[in-house]
Design a protein around this ligand. Structure first.
Ligand code: ADP
Ligand code: ZN
Length: 212
């Protein structure tokens, strides 16, 4: 099963991708996490991506298409995968189609702009494994420490209010048209965020017609 998670920054795509990955037994591919790891490692891709990410702008399509193509060719993706944060432009979606990757469903996680702004200020991510938390809504068991791997939780550089505003603009302009793109293909399932991550996940599984 190949799934796409669509949604504004802060909608909880990464959190839901992690839960789905455990429940469905397929890997989640987060272009944001791959890019952050590349920046940390100082790879050529990381060097290219950094200025865009810090400014809240999209990394160029060819860079993303390269990353995704390479990742999807790895053996653990043969049973399927969850695409978290990609595609983010029509060009990326078309590249995925052209590559012959069959998409089974696209979950659009819907959230109000007020809620996004509230969430982003409390967001923390694990420096080591990329897992995301929220000081209010999804706190770790021990403050500042990742539940999964014991890594240190930090605030992302692009979670400052100004950069969040830029990311929201980019989302409306570049990514929101994908809702229509996938609705036309009969793949879209809209799910409104619920009170907590488990409740939201239950709605996603129901939308997919799964009972796990
Ligand atoms: P969020 O969904 O919360 O904005 P991500 O971790 O998915 O965060 O992405 C962080 C940044 O990484 C984006 O603002 C963008 O600069 C870059 N990025 C991630 N995925 C893509 C993509 N598919 N296309 C272009 N840029 C991307
Ligand atoms: Zn971790």
């Amino acid at each position: 099963m190949n799934l796409i998670l669509l949604g504004a920054p802060g909608a909880g795509k990464g959190t839901q991708a992690e839960i789905l990955c455990k429940k469905l037994g397929i890997p989640s591919i987060s272009t944001g996490n791959i890019l952050r790891a590349a920046i940390k490692d100082g790879t050529p891709t990381g060097l290219k991506a950094k200025s865009y990410m810090d400014a809240g702008q999209l990394v160029p399509d060819e860079v993303i298409i390269g990353i995704v193509g390479e990742r999807l060719s790895q053996p653990d993706c043969q049973k399927g995968c969850i695409l978290d944060g990609v595609p983010r432009t029509i060009a990326q979606a078309e590249a995925i189609e052209k590559a012959g990757i069959r998409i089974d469903a696209v979950i659009s996680i819907e959230i109000s702009e007020d809620e996004i702004l509230r969430r982003m200020s409390g967001r923390r991510v694990c420096e080591a494994c990329g897992a995301s938390y929220n000081v209010e809504a999804v706190p770790p068991k021990v403050e500042g420490i990742c539940d999964n791997c014991g890594g240190k939780l930090i605030q992302r550089k692009d979670d400052t209010p100004e950069t969040v505003k830029a990311r929201l603009e980019v989302y409306h302009r570049e990514t929101e048209p994908l809702v229509d793109f996938y609705a036309k293909r009969g793949l879209l399932k809209a799910v409104e965020v619920a009170d907590n991550k488990e409740a939201t996940n239950a709605k996603i599984l129901a939308a997919l017609g799964l009972r796990l």
